[in-house]
Design a protein around this ligand. Structure first.
Ligand SMILES: Nc1ncnc2c1ncn2[C@@H]1O[C@H](COP(=O)(O)OP(=O)(O)O)[C@@H](O)[C@H]1O
Ligand SMILES: [Mg+2]
Length: 268
């Protein structure tokens, strides 16, 4: 159970995240939506302490994450893997090594990469790649892969951390629809294994299709929190003051994503 209590982050005069409270049971898949600047990335980054909160707390299974220091903080970051819009692979390294990097957080010095990994770790990495149909790419350089393949490599790398939570910040914003689906299927698959997933999405239709729960942010605050069917086109209009089509187009443009597919909008 992840408990977020009145979490707040200010940047100067600006309050990026403003008193957000959420209780997320283990194994849930939560989509976070909102306009550009709503606070989605800041919220996710505070959960693994890439950004420090100004106020509030995060508890994971009763442990106060916001108070962790040193090794305990490094352990938490292992348990709480991040996925980014730009995949963040080391382009000139091969795919297998990129996945094995997921094991490195424990190790202080990064030297002679390949000799540092055990046979068991290499088997784990290959199994993770195989799961996403990427085993045959293991020895290719990362930059020979498509965006969708690279993002699945990033998910495989995250799995090598043996995470309890995956935090994905706009994981499909740079992908075409087909690749976006393979990546969302991969995230949903690992979620079904029991890993909690929090995913920032610019695309409402994807959030509806894949998530158990949608949290909508506006100006740093939670303005909707419920199951996808409850987030009707009417609710979107009430919350954001624009039609769902307008919201979708604006959100896609903000992350440089292709224009949204024709929205299949639930009747209000
Ligand atoms: N490092 C930073 N310094 C100053 N302002 C920031 C910083 N990070 C985010 N912000 C501001 O906080 C607000 C929320 O940003 P962000 O969390 O990136 O929103 P989103 O991911 O929803 O687009 C924005 O107004 C943004 O400009
Ligand atoms: Mg963002």
């Amino acid at each position: 159970m992840l408990e977020i209590e009145r979490l707040t982050r200010r940047f100067g005069e600006k309050t990026a995240v403003d008193g957000v409270s959420l209780s997320i049971p283990a194994g849930q898949m939560v989509g976070v939506i909102g306009r550009s600047g709503a606070g989605k990335s800041t919220l996710l980054r505070m959960l693994n302490r890439l950004t420090e909160p100004s106020a509030g707390r995060v508890l994971f299974d009763g442990t106060d994450i916001t108070a962790l220091r040193g090794q305990a903080l490094r352990d938490w970051r292992m348990r709480c893997a991040m996925i980014f819009q730009q995949f963040n692979l080391v382009q000139r390294l091969d795919v297998l090594t990129n996945v094995l990097v997921g094991r490195l957080n424990r190790r202080p010095v990064l030297t002679s990469l390949l000799r540092m990994f055990t046979a068991q770790e290499r088997a784990m990495a290959l199994a993770a790649l195989d799961r996403f149909d990427l085993a045959e790419t293991a020895l290719q350089r990362a930059d020979t892969l498509s965006g969708g393949q690279q993002q699945r490599v990033a998910i495989a790398r995250a799995l090598l951390q043996e995470p309890r939570i995956i935090l994905a910040d706009e994981p499909i914003a740079s992908l075409d629809p087909r690749n976006a689906r393979t990546v969302m299927d991969a995230l949903r698959g690992v979620n079904r294994d029991g890993i909690t997933v929090l995913v920032n999405l610019h695309d409402l239709a994807t959030a509806r299709d894949y998530c158990d729960r949608i949290v909508a942010l506006n100006a740093g605050r939670v303005v909707f929190d419920g199951p996808p069917p409850a987030l009707t086109a009417q609710r979107i209009r009430e919350i954001y003051g624009v039609t769902e089509e307008e919201f979708a187009e604006e959100a896609a443009a903000a992350v440089g994503a292709p224009p949204p597919r024709h929205p299949a909008i639930a009747a209000a």
